[in-house]
Design a protein around this ligand. Structure first.
Ligand SMILES: Nc1ncnc2c1ncn2[C@@H]1O[C@H](COP(=O)(O)OP(=O)(O)OP(=O)(O)O)[C@@H](O)[C@H]1O
Length: 532
């Protein structure tokens, strides 16, 4: 049936929550409901992202009820669908069911708990989900999640009682008690706020918006409002901002929040390809177009038909190809390399650059007509240093949780002095640099991230009265106390010099006694390239 469709999992801003670690092994007898979930209320203000919080929550519910699986469904009030937001045992994709469909859909619509000791012959049971996930449901219980006003906004569900026997009415009562506690906790998360906001913004399907984008600084909020307006249209979007500040993330958010979300999102990175190959990559070629072209090859535009082409590093697009891109924007057609026949495509174009395109236009390096065609909607992403200390902290805590998860490590505490250091640093490599810095600290730390775990220049920190954030280069530059690969030492030293000269590349190249081009190449190599 088409109503239950797997869709990509989403992630929202981190919630101000944390939970004590789960018991390493399943307890021999299930813990009491109140012991497992009451601590939730007292944990506000501690450090974990929303995903980790929800994951732990469903894990605990499953353990408490001795269930094989637990699922938190949330109600998308716009589409009138339930979508699975977190599950004990990961699901490959998000599942959606219509309100009223299946047991969970029934519970959301009727607002009453249900337990199904045997799904065979149960008319409300929706067997398609089992077929889709390959899971066999033997028994299940599901209860509504209600907000303070009593309205249903989700469903808690458990599947298959471990150790045999179906779920009982007593289990359903326990689950109802748990739902009351969970509701209280969830209502103070960004997730619940998003559900509420969605009611006023019917064009924004819940569970997608600002997929994995963390940040609440005023310039980011202004961007969210613009994305909200631009995404549902077919407008071409130009994202501008320094390297590593999230342009690709925003490009994806625009795609998944627009009408083409079920179609491909195809990225072309103009900086990663030699100029001579970019045209071929974008437009494909005909058989015999050049030596070795022994068959017709479609390009990225054809691959993305119906979807979005994301042209990254647009400023590197060779001038010869700029005209061809202009034609795609104007007439939605092009010719393959070596071809004479026009190929029609239906694509949305989102482009990004860290270059100063207006300056490139003024200098004759970028076509003016293309620039105006492409910046129908222009979004300027702020560098991390302009987003304020609170966003740095939000991002840092998010990356601590995700890095720990990725490396299967316990989530370390972020120590106060380390956090202060993160907030003072100027982040020339933006969010990417912060993400890498935190990942390295998570791996090196033991229980708590200390300042010494941060792979940042080991200089500082007497703030000068004129430039409170600018770090000083010491007369002697002791390298970090770790034994580092040469490339890492070089990366850090370049960063240190760049910080000291406030990002002026000419001055940095002079200090480093290397050419500007060499410096530019190294910056790119180390993912530190910014405005140039
Ligand atoms: N607001 C954010 N929330 C969470 N993660 C972020 C955010 N911004 C950036 N990131 C992460 O930082 C890294 C760099 O982001 P992204 O690739 O989108 O930057 P970019 O501006 O496109 O960089 P470049 O110009 O070098 O291509 C990615 O891993 C991305 O997931």
């Amino acid at each position: 049936m088409s109503a239950a469709s797997p869709e990509p999992c989403d992630r929202l801003s981190p919630a101000p929550f944390s939970l004590p670690p789960l018991p390493a092994a399943m307890p021999s007898s299930p813990p009491d409901v109140s012991q497992v979930l009451l601590p939730l209320g007292g944990l506000v203000g501690r450090e974990v992202d929303l995903d980790a919080f929800l994951q732990t929550l469903v894990d605990r519910i499953a353990i408490t009820l001795q269930a094989d699986r637990g699922t938190l469904w949330l109600l998308d009030p716009v589409r009138r669908e339930l979508f699975s937001r977190a599950a004990h045992l990961p699901e490959v994709a998000q599942i959606r069911v219509k309100l009223g469909q299946g047991v969970a859909g029934y519970v959301a619509e009727a607002g009453e708990p249900v337990h199904v000791p045997d799904p065979r012959g149960e008319r409300r049971f929706f067997a398609d989900i089992d077929r889709m996930t390959g899971y066999r449901t033997i028994s299940l219980a599901a209860v509504p999640l209600r907000d303070a006003a009593g309205a249903v906004y989700g469903v808690l569900q458990v599947l298959n009682r471990l150790g045999g026997g179906p779920f009982t009415e007593d289990d359903t009562r326990k689950l109802t008690d748990i739902a009351a506690q969970v509701s209280t906790a969830l209502q103070s998360t960004s997730l619940y706020q998003e559900l509420q906001r969605a009611k006023d913004q019917p064009q924004a399907p819940v569970g997608y918006f600002f997929n994995r984008i963390i940040g609440e600084a005023p310039p980011l909020k202004a961007l969210y409002r613009l994305v909200q307006k631009a995404a549902p249209t077919d407008a071409t979007v130009l994202l501008r901002g320094e390297s590593g500040c999230g342009k690709e993330l925003f490009a994806r958010a625009i795609h998944v929040n627009g009408p083409r979300r079920d179609k491909p999102f195809v990225k072309v990175d103009c900086a990663a390809l030699p100029a001579a190959l970019i045209e071929n990559e974008l437009f494909g070629h005909e058989k015999g177009a050049f030596t070795g072209a022994d068959h017709r090859m479609p390009g990225k535009f054809e691959a993305a038909d119906g979807g979005t082409v994301f042209i990254d590093e647009l400023g590197e697009l060779p001038q010869a190809v700029q005209g061809k891109l202009l034609r795609v924007l104007q007439d939605r057609e092009f010719e393959r390399v070596g071809g004479t026949q026009a190929v029609k495509v239906d694509v949305r174009i989102v482009a990004a650059t860290h270059r100063d395109l207006p300056r490139m236009v003024a200098e004759g390096r970028f076509r003016e007509d293309l620039y105006y065609r492409i910046k129908v909607v222009e979004l300027l992403l702020p560098p991390l240093r302009e987003r304020g200390a609170e966003d740095i902290e939000r991002l840092a805590r998010h990356f601590v949780a995700t890095a720990a998860k990725r490396h299967r490590l316990p989530v370390p505490r972020l120590g106060a002095t380390a956090l202060a250091r993160l907030k003072r640093y100027r982040w020339p490599g933006n969010v990417r640099e912060l993400e890498n810095c935190i990942e390295s600290a998570v791996v090196l730390s033991e229980g708590e991230i200390l300042e010494e775990h941060l792979p940042l220049p080991s200089l500082d920190r007497a703030p000068s009265p004129t430039e409170p954030d600018a770090p000083q280069v010491p007369a002697t530059t002791p390298d970090a106390p770790l034994l580092l690969p040469l490339a890492e030492v070089e990366r850090r030293h370049i960063l240190r010099v760049l910080e000291a000269v406030k990002g002026n590349r000419t001055a940095a190249a002079r200090t480093l006694e290397m050419g500007r081009n060499t410096l530019a190449r190294k910056l790119k190599e180390y993912g530190l390239a910014d405005e140039g």
